[in-house]
Each structure stands twice: as structure tokens, then as C-alpha cells.
Design a protein around this ligand. Structure first.
Ligand code: ADP
Length: 216
């Protein structure tokens, strides 16, 4: 998920790392190019916080900078690039087996799909707890009876940004979003489940963005 620097930008960073402080002219000389040629690269590297420019001294490598370009990254990074494998069950599966699946699959939310893998609903741990608190026969109740059903399910498309996905989680106060792609089957609009975006996914991105010296 790191954003690629150009080859020359990487070279500049290596040079500055090994020779701080170093002037633009000196970098240009080492790279055998004119100072003016480097101007856009140096602008990108200083604006991103990777290099620090001190007037009349030169460029320094900003090794402790964290969250480089973080603000931009969350808008550019797509859900598809970070999504996890969805944990899905069919609507006829019992509430009991869904509770077992929460443990075996180590997840808090299950997506309910039809035979073709199309989204029908979601069920969260508290939905299942609520049923379990009643004196009912859990192996006899199909999950489709207790799930939150489409179209009330909040979903995200793979091409949307991780920022949009995280915002949806916050706005709707939920832990997990099915990642879906819309399709038309027999003239009907349906959603194919391709992954999941959870609070854990968002937290992982947050931690990676904060890692010192990580280049995004
Ligand atoms: P829990 O309450 O188990 O901690 P959530 O906060 O994710 O988990 O779920 C709260 C409620 O929202 C539950 O009733 C659940 O069915 C529903 N829910 C969970 N995910 C979604 C979603 N993506 N879209 C709509 N409703 C959801």
C-alpha cells in the first residue's frame, strides 16, 4: 500500500540520507542533472515531509517523520487494496452454528449470502447474543430470521477510499462493512460480496501510517 516514489526521488533520498546537509546543486551534480530538473522532485519530497529544507544550509533527511503523506493516503488508498476475506454463511445456517463460526473464524460479524454469493444480510455478535439470551432452541433458528437484511445493510465498493469506508463505520456505528460489487442478475440489481472492511482493517491502516519513516 506504499505509494511509489519515482526512481529519481528514491535516489535523492539515498543521497540526502548519506550526506545531510546537502544543497540542491550538490544533489544535482551527483545525479548528473541540472538543478532545475530536480526542482519538482525536491518539492514533492519536502512537501511530503520526507526531506527538510533549511535555507542556506541544505536538505536533511527527516527520518523521524511519521505518517508521511498520511492525509492524502487515506483518500487515495482503495478498499480493494486492503480488504480482508469475508466470512460468509447462508441464510439457512442456524444461530448456534453462527455463534460457533464467530469463534472458529475469529470474527465479530458474519455476512449472509445466497447460493450465488450475493448479499442477503449481516449478523453481528450482539444480534446473536440477543437471541441466545432468550430461552430458545439455537440450533433450530435460521440466521436469516435474526439478521439485519439488505437493503438495510451498509456496504462499500472496492473502488471507494478507505477514508469513505471508515467514515461509514463511524456514521452507522457498526464494526464491519461488506465490500461489494453491484451486478444485474435476471434484470435484478444485486450485490456480490468480495471482501470485508472492518474496524480492525481501519486500525491496521492507522498504525501503518504512523510508523516512523514509512513512505506512503
Ligand atoms: P455489535 O453490536 O455486535 O458490536 P455492530 O456494532 O457491528 O456489532 O452491529 C450493531 C448492529 O448493526 C447489529 O444489529 C448488526 O446487525 C447491525 N450491522 C452490523 N453491520 C452492519 C452493516 N454493515 N450494515 C447495516 N447494519 C449492520
Amino acid at each position: 500500500m506504499a505509494i511509489e516514489l519515482t526512481g529519481r526521488q528514491e535516489q535523492i533520498i539515498q543521497i540526502v540520507k548519506g550526506n545531510s546537509p546537502i544543497t540542491g546543486e550538490q544533489i544535482a551534480a551527483l545525479l548528473n542533472v541540472r538543478r532545475a530538473t530536480l526542482r519538482p522532485d525536491l518539492a514533492v519530497l519536502t512537501m511530503s515531509g520526507l526531506l527538510e529544507a533549511r535555507p542556506r544550509v541544505g536538505y536533511f533527511f527527516n527520518g523521524k517523520q511519521s505518517g508521511l503523506l498520511a492525509a492524502g493516503v487515506v483518500h487515495r488508498l482503495t478498499v480493494d487494496a486492503v480488504k480482508a476475506v469475508p466470512v460468509v454463511v447462508q441464510g439457512g445456517v442456524s444461530v448456534y452454528d453462527c455463534i460457533v463460526a464467530l469463534f472458529t473464524e475469529d470474527t465479530g460479524t458474519l455476512f449472509i449470502v445466497g447460493e450465488a454469493g450475493l448479499l442477503e444480510g449481516v449478523v453481528s455478535r450482539k444480534d446473536l447474543l440477543k437471541v441466545a439470551m432468550g430461552k430458545v432452541d439455537l440450533p433450530k433458528i435460521p440466521v436469516r430470521v435474526v439478521m439485519t437484511r439488505a437493503p438495510n445493510v451498509v456496504t462499500v465498493r472496492g473502488g471507494q477510499s478507505v477514508y469513505e469506508a471508515a467514515r461509514l463505520l463511524m456514521e452507522h456505528e457498526i464494526d464491519s462493512l461488506p465490500v461489494v460489487e453491484p451486478e444485474t442478475v435476471n434484470g435484478k440489481d444485486v450485490l456480490r460480496v468480495t471482501g470485508r472492511f472492518t474496524k480492525t482493517t481501519a486500525t491496521r491502516i492507522f498504525v501503518e501510517l504512523g510508523e516512523p519513516g514509512k513512505i506512503f
